[in-house]
Write a protein that binds this ligand. Structure first.
Ligand code: APR
Length: 320
């Protein structure tokens, strides 16, 4: 069987890290696309030259011509600009919406059947617009945010409890902004929910509250440290786990920004919810039961995403 083809649109910090991880995991051949001529070619060649050392088989091609993504099985989109200190993800909407329009046209022409994972911010609005620009089936496009936000939550919990990250499971739903919804009740250490761990004296409610707040601001914490851009290692790892679930038909249950058509009472929006990812793309949307407090948090997060979608429609009336 021929190797699968994975196209990366945007060969910046996240794009380069994606290419390297995909090579190390031998998920398929990689095409890096970027408008900055030379960058995708240079990164592709550099990673290809690491293959003899690490012993993986994959081809890497860099291009500034959309024809290079023709027939891709998976496309991961990071094209656009990242935020700098003092900026919110929402400040990127004007610039990145234009980028989504050109990326959407490229996908529509050359790889309309691909499974598309969008990472560009502000995530929930950009994935919504990209689905429309590329005219993709709603089950073949997701946004990467929940896996990353949950990984941040899991990392902080791992540090708090001094246990292996493998045994900490957590999930964060809602939009990928400061109103995201870390679900304490559904987060566990080896199956033991966090509220029980508070009762058992492993931690305190105050400490969990502080971790929830740090998770919400997790992206900003990295931006303030890096000063020149935003996080890229954990975002890339998160998107690769989603691509792997699709390519290997793993049926993984992952929080993703998925198209909702009535689930959670939401219509024609992308927002972070748990989904099953397998060979058919988004195979199932998991409708978690919220308590009153979680319902309020989710509604607040939805309102923020709605505001961003409204802003997109104002900028580009074709999206109305
Ligand atoms: N088409 C293709 N590539 C583009 C376009 C475009 N229209 N516009 C910009 N790019 C490329 C840039 O040339 C750059 O190489 O997108 C790349 C973005 O890379 P970085 O600036 O390094 O940003 P990165 O850290 O990878 O983040 C990308 O993901 O997490 C989000 O907020 C982040 O929106 C940002 C995106």
């Amino acid at each position: 069987m021929a190797r699968r083809k994975i196209a990366l649109i945007g060969a910046g910090q996240i794009g380069g890290t994606l290419a390297h991880l995909i090579g190390l995991k031998e998920l398929g051949d990689v095409v890096l696309f970027d408008i900055a001529d030379g960058v995708p070619q240079g990164k592709g060649l550099d990673i290809a030259e690491s293959a003899p050392v690490d012993g993986f088989d994959a081809n890497f091609k860099g291009s500034s011509d959309y024809a290079a993504i023709k027939g891709a099985d998976v496309i991961i989109v990071t094209a656009g600009v990242p935020r700098k200190p003092g900026m919110s993800r929402d400040d990127l909407v004007g610039i990145n919406l234009k980028v989504m329009e050109s990326v959407g046209a490229g996908i529509k022409q050359y790889a309309p059947d691909a499974f598309v994972i969008c990472i560009t911010n502000p995530l929930d609005a950009m994935v919504w617009a990209l689905q429309k620009f590329a005219n993709l089936k709603p089950n073949k496009i997701v946004g990467m945010a929940g896996v990353l936000d949950s990984a941040r939550f899991r990392h902080f919990l791992t540090e708090e409890f001094g246990v292996s990250a493998k045994d900490v499971s957590a999930f964060v739903l809602g939009g990928h902004g400061d109103d995201m919804v870390p679900l304490v009740r559904y987060s566990t250490v080896a199956g033991i929910p966090l509220p029980d761990l508070v009762d058992m004296g492993w931690t305190t409610k105050e400490k969990i509250d502080a971790i929830v707040e740090r998770t919400r601001k997790g992206g900003g914490e990295i931006v303030n440290l890096l000063k020149t851009g935003s996080a890229f290692y954990a975002p890339a790892a998160s998107a690769v786990s989603m691509a792997e679930a699709y390519l290997k038909d793993q049926k993984r249950v992952l929080p993703c920004a998925a198209h909702l058509s009535g689930e959670y009472g939401v219509k024609d929006m992308f927002v972070g919810v748990p989904v099953v990812i397998g060979a058919k793309g988004v195979e199932r949307i998991v409708e978690v039961k919220f308590n009153a407090e979680e319902k309020d948090m989710f509604a607040k997060s939805l309102a923020s995403v709605e505001g961003l979608i409204h802003a997109c429609k104002e900028i580009n009336p074709a999206l109305k």
